[in-house]
Design a protein around this ligand. Structure first.
Ligand code: NDP
Length: 336
């Protein structure tokens, strides 16, 4: 059983010295337990936060713990009355080949579902995040302008397409030409701007001639700097993530920009609200799942996955997520 554990707390970008491979015997289920085989592992930005020993909305990992993560698993052996060998489940077994479970927190999946990995993306935590943050906090109205960064990613792609279904005008921000082309052509956003372009702020302004009514915050940093002056009076800013800060970057700024931010919040009467998806909206998951499954079956939502083959590549894939190398929802395929 290959397991990736936190060996030490990273300084900046995590490396193969911070997260190391340990091998052990495959565990055997006792009475009331089952052995789960990981098929797909979700890699998500929040995992970086769990590696730090800092106060947050959930406790940090301890040194030696297996890296956490959502998984789609197959029941290999069962001593549990409610599960049989071959059942497919949504679990939280982390970066390892096998794990034991007593059933707590598991969700059974339809063994014939066409895209089991979607349970970790479009129909799971990231899709739910985009949907709730946008509809509850952003609440875009017909004709309003919505801007979202990391627009080709798991959360951002859902935000934009749902905003579009609600009749808003949607401008994406993404890193590089390929991602921008995908966002505009396949996801059908009204425009997509490359945040790596030298005149990024000017291009964003041009793409938002009526200003910005909803800015769904995924990245922070330089992107937020370009967005702030474009926000309209009474704009809503769901603060979902600030990935550009997760490795402790952005410390290059010498000027104190807090007065600018607070002054703008006041003068423009902005509504800026953070949220943590399951803590704040957990009870809405069934209604989200139903709605998104319907849109998916009607062909109204597109979803791209970036599937990395092999658990041995997990650290490199995770590093890529924190630097924009992934193109779509990042998933590690661990077994067939
Ligand atoms: P994505 O699939 O969007 O992948 C991350 C993307 O972030 C990268 O592809 C890259 O896109 C962008 N990025 C990475 N590093 C940087 C950087 N230094 N500066 C600017 N952009 C960067 O990930 P998710 O959809 O899973 O997550 C998006 C955001 O949502 C994250 O901030 C995450 O923490 C947050 N989130 C919050 C939740 C909550 O409950 N509040 C729940 C789930 C996610 P590009 O190349 O286009 O720049």
């Amino acid at each position: 059983n290959r397991r990736f554990v936190l060996a030490k707390r990273p300084q900046g970008m995590p490396t193969g010295e911070d997260i190391v491979l340990k091998e052990e015997e495959i565990p055997q289920p006792g009475k009331g337990q089952m052995l789960l085989r990981t098929l797909y592992l979700s890699l998500d930005p929040y995992m970086r936060g769990r590696m730090d020993d800092a106060e947050s909305y959930s406790a940090p990992l301890a040194i030696g713990d297996v890296m956490v993560g959502g998984t789609v698993c197959r029941v290999e052996k069962s001593e549990h009355p409610d599960y049989q060998q071959g059942d497919l489940v949504l679990a939280y077994t982390g970066w390892q080949d096998y794990a034991l479970s007593d059933g707590e927190g598991l969700q059974k999946l339809d063994a014939n579902m066409p895209h089991p990995s979607y349970a970790l993306g479009l129909l799971g935590m990231p899709g739910f995040t985009g949907y709730m943050g946008l509809t509850d906090i952003g609440n875009p109205q017909k004709g309003e302008t919505v801007v979202v960064a990391a627009a080709s990613g798991a959360v951002g792609s859902v935000v934009g397409q749902v905003a579009k279904l609600r009749g808003a005008r949607i401008v994406g921000i993404a890193g590089g030409e390929d991602k921008c082309r995908y966002v505009a052509e396949t996801l059908k956003f009204d425009a997509c701007i490359d945040h790596k372009a030298p005149d990024f702020a000017g291009q964003l302004k041009k793409a938002c001639p009526q200003g910005i009514d909803v800015y769904f915050e995924n990245v922070g940093g330089a992107v937020f700097d370009a967005v702030l002056p474009l926000l309209n009076t009474k704009a809503r800013v769901p603060v979902c993530g600030v990935i550009s800060q997760y490795n402790g970057q952005n410390s290059a700024f010498t000027e104190d920009r807090l007065p600018l931010l607070m002054g703008t919040i006041l003068k423009k009467r902005l509504r800026v609200q953070g949220f943590i998806i399951f803590q704040d909206y957990g009870e809405h998951y069934p209604e989200f799942f139903k709605q998104m499954s319907q849109w998916l079956s009607e062909g109204k939502i597109q979803f791209r996955e970036d599937i990395v083959d092999g658990l041995e590549n997990v650290v490199e894939a995770f590093r890529g997520l924190l630097s924009g190398k992934n193109f779509g929802k990042l998933i590690v395929k661990v077994a067939e």
